[in-house]
Design a protein around this ligand. Sequence first.
Ligand SMILES: [Zn+2]
Ligand SMILES: [Zn+2]
Length: 339
Amino acid sequence: MTRRALVVEKPGTIRVRQLPALEPGPDEVIIRPAYCGVCRTDLELLRGEIDPAYVRYPLTLGHEWSGTIEAVGADVEALLPGDRCVAECIVPCGRCSFCKAGDTNVCEIYEELGFTREGGASDQVLVPARLVHKLEPSTSLLDAALVEPCSVVLRALEKAGPKSGDRVLVVGDGTIGLLAAYLVSLWSPSEVTMLGRRPEQAQLAKSVGVAAFETSGGNPGTFDLAIEAVGVAEAVATSIGAVRRGGRVVLLGLPPAGQTLELPADMLVNNDLTIAASFGYTSAAWGRMVDLVNAGRVQPGRIATHRFPLEAFAKAFAALESLEGTRGKILLEIAGEDH
Ligand SMILES: [Zn+2]
Ligand SMILES: [Zn+2]
C-alpha cells in the first residue's frame, strides 16, 4: 500500500511521491485529508526561506487541512474511523511551563506538521490523538480546512481584545487579512476598513464584511484597532500610525527575518498605544475556533477561490504568486467532500 505525498525534497525541489502507507502508534490516528490549503509559508518552505530551526527537509507540506479518520491506535478513545475532523498542526510537548500555562504556541519544543513532521498534503497524515478535534455532521470539510489560518487570526484578536463599536482597520488584503476582517465581526465593531494593495480583492473583502476597501490612505490616527496582516515592516508602521491615541495594534504578519523597523519612538508613549504581536495559535484558541465553525457561527470557506487536485500543485503555487485576479484561499483537493 502506498499513498501520495507532496514533498519538498530540499529547497527548490518539489514533487508528488509515492510513500509507504502510514500505521498509527498507540496514541495516534491516521487521517485522510479532504482539503489542504496552501499559503505563502508553503512557498517560503519551497524556496528555503524559513529559518532552518523551524524546518526539516525532506518535508511533506500541509498545515491547513481537514479530513476523515481512517485508523486509530490501540489506546485511542473517543475517536473512530469515519469521524470527520481537523487537527492542530503545532505539536506542543504538554509538559513545559509554557504548555502548562496554556501558551502552547511558544512551547519549548517546536514541532509542527508541514514543517518538522509530515503534513496534510498527502492521502494520509499521522497525528497524535490529543490534537484531533471532531467536526459536527453539519460542518463542511471546506470550512474546516480553514480552521488553521482562522485559529491564527482568532488567537491574535483575542490578544488584542476588540471592543464592541470599535473602528477597525485591517492592513493587508490576503487570506489572513480577509479572515481577520471576517472574524473581528464576532466582536461587533462599528466599521471595518481594509487597506489593501489590489483592487481585485475589493469584492471578496466586501463579502467578509469590509465596509470600505482602500488601496491608499488608511486615515492615520483615527482607528481604535489596527490589524497588521501583511508581514512587511512598512505595513507595521502604517498600522501603528493608523490608530488614535489610546488605540491598539495587533501584528499578525511575519516580516522577513532580520528586517528592522523605524518609528518615531515618542509616538508610542505620547499616543498611549497598546501593541501586541501574535505567533501561531494556542490549543485553546484552536478549540474555540472549532466550536465556532461547528456551531455554524462562521463559514470561512467563503473565501476559497481556487481548488486544484494534488497533482496540480504547480498551478496552486502559480495562483499563490499571481498578481492578477481575485485571490482568496487556495486549496488542494485531496479526497474532497464525499470521502
Ligand atoms: Zn499557512
Ligand atoms: Zn511545551
